[in-house]
Design a protein around this ligand. Structure first.
Ligand SMILES: Cc1cc2nc3c(=O)[nH]c(=O)nc-3n(C[C@H](O)[C@H](O)[C@H](O)COP(=O)(O)OP(=O)(O)OC[C@H]3O[C@@H](n4cnc5c(N)ncnc54)[C@H](O)[C@@H]3O)c2cc1C
Ligand code: HEM
Length: 413
């Protein structure tokens, strides 16, 4: 429990911390990687270069400080963070390291404004949040370790099959190298790939499981990541997986984690709409396949958006959903169709997923919406759902990277 005095101090300094939050968290990572380089291996350095991880941490710190007297509001945020930490193997002994450098970064940036009293209050507040995270992570670790076929940290797998899904997407089917059991998982969860890359050996990456549980393998489907900018490198691990990892190779994996899930054993009673943009199809396909396999008769709508047929992955698997269950309706939408794509039936519509499209094809008044894809795509879907009056509790989305705001400039979403 935080003392009344600490709560007052945190409330008083929140506007100043929020105004400097991005600078503080950038400085924090610089300090931490220089002072305690042993923790650097847990972090995706591309998320540092692009500023996404410092921004996500800044958002979390500000949300915590703003809700310092209402910590229950942080439940979903803590779950996301704890699941991510467990996927990467973060341990309780890392928390004092983060706390030390975070406080030092706050002092660096805010200078004399941080009195001893304020520093003590920030330290106390950090300790409470750290304890909440450590507590939840210990529960997740225990579940991962004790369930049949489960594991913590890293486990060796063998690539049983490597299947090209489109010009830019390839699936990898993994089986345990020890021949042991596979754990169950919730559709929508992701695993962590630990590749011993020749130039950057420690570069963990999360990949959503793209097939449902219970099939005797774990499958991921990986898009080749191009360079984000002309002078930036092409994606390190996705391209390495495509080019250098083949059937029979061993790969070390972290356990299934993540809170963007649907439990087929407790299927929703409301209609479910899946909206996939590009490679964002992976967690949604696993969810839809899980629900179909559970023989739920809840109405499902699967909207798959892609640029065109050359980069359209998992086409047959999405169509098979509708063949397997009369409760499923699928739609394929291309925004840059190739000549003949529409005529040959490779897509059902062209253009973007608009308000009119969702109004015509989905029950907007009652459905739960699950969406995933590149950030501009998700921002667009978020905007449309907002316009359609779908309340926030019925919107569920996954970022393929640190969580970001879906606020579209100039538009309140
Ligand atoms: C929960 C979750 C689930 C995911 N599921 C999937 C999935 O199912 N399928 C899938 O394909 N991906 C998925 N991802 C994304 C995946 O984890 C990787 O982020 C993705 O494969 C890119 O990794 P990479 O190593 O190839 O690229 P990185 O090397 O990480 O680079 C990513 C981008 O950053 C840019 N960049 C790197 N360095 C710099 C720099 N110095 N300056 C500017 N830009 C730079 C690169 O140009 C590139 O565009 C998921 C991510 C998460 C968090
Ligand atoms: C209370 C303290 C902490 C808070 C509030 C916090 C917050 C966060 C947040 C918000 C994210 C981004 C989640 C997402 O959107 O995907 C994250 C990711 C992460 N955190 Fe923490 N964290 C804390 C402690 C730690 C500690 C002690 C470590 C261990 C070194 C750690 C390592 C990581 C790593 C490796 C990631 C993934 C980064 C990436 O994708 O590059 N965190 N954390």
């Amino acid at each position: 429990m935080l003392s009344k005095k600490t709560i007052e101090i945190i409330k008083a300094i929140t506007p100043a911390v929020a105004a400097h939050a991005d600078t503080i968290t950038c400085k924090f990572y610089q300090r931490m990687f220089a002072g305690d380089p042993q923790v650097k291996a847990y972090f995706n350095q591309a998320h540092q270069q692009t500023g996404q991880q410092p921004a996500a941490l800044a958002g979390a710190v500000c949300a915590y400080f703003s809700n310092i007297d209402n910590l229950s509001a942080l439940g979903p945020a803590v779950e996301l963070i704890a699941q991510k930490h467990c996927s990467l193997g973060v341990q309780p002994e890392h928390y004092p390291i983060v706390g030390k450098h975070l406080l030092a970064a706050i002092k660096d940036v805010m200078g004399d404004a941080v009195t001893d009293e304020i520093a003590a209050a920030v330290g106390e507040a950090y300790g409470v949040l750290a304890d909440v995270c450590i507590g939840r992570e210990s529960q997740i670790y225990e579940h991962l370790q004790t369930q049949p076929g489960g594991w913590n940290g890293k486990r060796d797998f063998v690539v049983d099959r490597k299947v090209k899904e489109s010009d830019i997407v390839t699936s990898f089917y993994f089986k345990p190298a020890d021949g042991g059991l596979l754990p169950s998982f919730l559709p929508g969860q992701y695993i962590t790939v630990h590749i011993d890359h020749p130039t950057t050996p420690t570069s963990p990456r999360n990949y959503s499981l793209s097939d449902r549980p219970g099939l005797g393998y774990l499958r991921i489907s990986v898009k080749r990541e191009p360079a984000a900018l002309a002078d930036a490198p092409a994606g390190l691990i996705s391209n390495y997986l495509h080019d250098a990892i083949n059937e029979g190779d061993r790969v070390s994996l972290g356990p299934p984690c993540g809170e963007f899930t649907i439990d087929p054993a407790h299927a929703p009673t409301q209609p479910v709409v899946f909206i996939a943009g590009g490679i964002g199809v992976t967690p949604l396909l696993a969810m839809a396949k899980g629900l179909v396999a559970a023989r739920t008769d809840v109405p499902m709508y699967f909207i798959q958006a892609a640029r065109n047929s050359s980069v359209h992955a998992m086409r047959e698997e999405v169509r098979d959903l509708a063949n397997a269950s009369s409760s499923v309706v699928t739609h394929v939408v291309y925004d840059q169709p190739l000549p003949g794509d529409l005529e040959s039936g490779k897509c059902d519509a062209t253009g973007f997923v608009t308000r009119e499209f969702l109004q015509e094809t989905t029950p907007t008044i009652e459905a739960e919406y699950y969406f995933c894809g590149p950030k501009p795509f998700m921002a667009c879907v978020e905007l449309v759902l907002n316009e359609l009056g779908v309340d926030e509790g019925r919107r569920h989305c996954e970022f393929f990277g640190p969580k970001q705001s879906l606020h579209v400039q100039g538009v309140d979403v």
